[in-house]
Design a protein around this ligand. Structure first.
Ligand code: NAD
Length: 339
């Protein structure tokens, strides 16, 4: 906290639609007089000794402020450097990715009452980046699962379940096939559960969860799902689809010290620079950030204005929600709906 009562937060605007949706957040925050001062940083990757590295000023800013809001970062395919998202997660050891997904009242989808939360292991699994060619035409990709990383994300899941008043953890896995790797995730969960006698622990196979979540998402409203990295990636996009798409779902990357909040979606190169992007996911991510900082009243105010705007009709919604509004028109309406 600064001496003038404000808080400084690192802002990574990101690529593609990142600057447009970040501008919406900045405009709405200043209109709502939220006590946040943004510290923008550049995270254009540096290749040092063949390793993708974050610029030091960005690292220093995040370590100083402890909280960052981040737009999407594009990952060039086949250019030889690691995804900047992965680099950020590794640099700050952001071991748990919390992804809530809630139906938006006033925006109809085939499902009502979706209210799920999924915690994704964020540092290893299929994302450990260990791949090699054995002989031409044969490649191997290593899925790395360790007990310490599993324990960290699972313990976070139990704590989170308690904190939101849903004392029920559901571990989603495929230990029927990946007996050792997912098996370790499962056995670690059983061990951690001994420390939480008041929290129920259940297990479900990933394919079964996919079927049941799309058949009736309301079955998952009272549990906190915890799962390995790739499963969490896929299941959270699937959950986004249930409520109206990627333009709506927020997330928080949580570490011991630092946390970085970001939309689930990517840089949306197909609509970048056209003023069409929906800033809702980044705005709701920023509300998760405000609650993490105990600025609950500010979070409630922004969230209410965003939801009211979406519910107010297609003329005030962006194209991904079958609306006709530009990013800036949507932003103006959110500002007008601030109470
Ligand atoms: P994407 O999420 O960028 O886009 C998928 C589709 O959803 C596109 O049609 C896009 O227009 C739409 N969409 C996404 N966000 C939207 C928004 N806010 N408003 C309106 N429409 C929206 O996924 P992609 O095209 O597979 O990936 C593009 C780039 O983003 C890639 O380089 C990828 O690596 C990167 N990416 C980054 C992150 C991150 O920074 N956390 C996450 C996913 C993908």
């Amino acid at each position: 906290k600064n001496t003038n009562g404000t808080y400084t937060v690192t802002l990574i605007e990101g690529d593609g639609i990142g600057p447009e949706i970040s501008q919406a957040v900045k405009d709405i925050y200043s209109a709502a007089k939220v006590p946040i001062e943004w510290e923008p940083v550049d995270v254009t990757p540096l290749l040092i000794d063949g390793k993708t590295t974050l610029p030091q000023p960005a690292v220093d800013s995040v370590n100083k402020n402890l909280v960052a809001l981040k737009g999407p970062l594009a990952t060039p395919v086949g250019k030889g450097h690691t995804s900047m998202n992965l680099t950020l997660r590794r640099t700050f050891n952001l071991f748990a990715n919390v992804r809530p997904c809630k139906s938006i009242v006033g925006y109809d989808t085939p499902y009502e009452n979706v209210d799920t939360v999924l915690i994704r292991e964020n540092t290893e699994g299929e994302y450990s980046g260990i791949e090699h060619t054995i002989v031409p035409g044969v490649v191997q990709s290593i899925k790395l699962i360790t007990k310490p990383a599993s324990e960290k994300v699972i313990r976070y899941g139990f704590e989170y379940a308690k904190s939101i008043g849903k004392p029920h953890v559901l571990v989603v896995h495929k230990a029927s096939i990946m007996k050792l790797s997912d098996g370790l995730f499962v056995s670690t969960a059983k061990e951690v559960a001994k420390e939480y006698p008041d929290v129920t622990l259940d297990f479900e196979l990933l394919d079964n969860t996919s079927l049941k979540l799309t058949a009736d998402p309301s079955e998952y409203k009272d549990v906190v799902m915890v799962m390995p990295n790739l499963y969490g990636d896929i299941m959270s996009d699937l959950s986004s689809g249930l409520i109206g798409g990627l333009g709506l779902t927020p997330s928080g990357n949580m570490g011991n010290k630092v946390s970085i909040f970001e939309a689930v979606h990517g840089s949306a190169p197909d609509i970048a620079g056209k003023g069409l992007a929906n800033p809702t996911a980044l705005l709701l991510s920023s509300c998760m950030m405000l609650r993490h900082m105990s600025l609950n009243a500010d979070a409630d105010k922004i969230e209410a204005a965003v939801l009211k705007t979406i519910a107010s009709g297609p003329e005030n919604r962006t194209g991904d929600l079958k609306g006709t509004a530009s990013t800036s028109h949507f932003t103006e309406q959110v500002i007008a709906n601030l109470e």
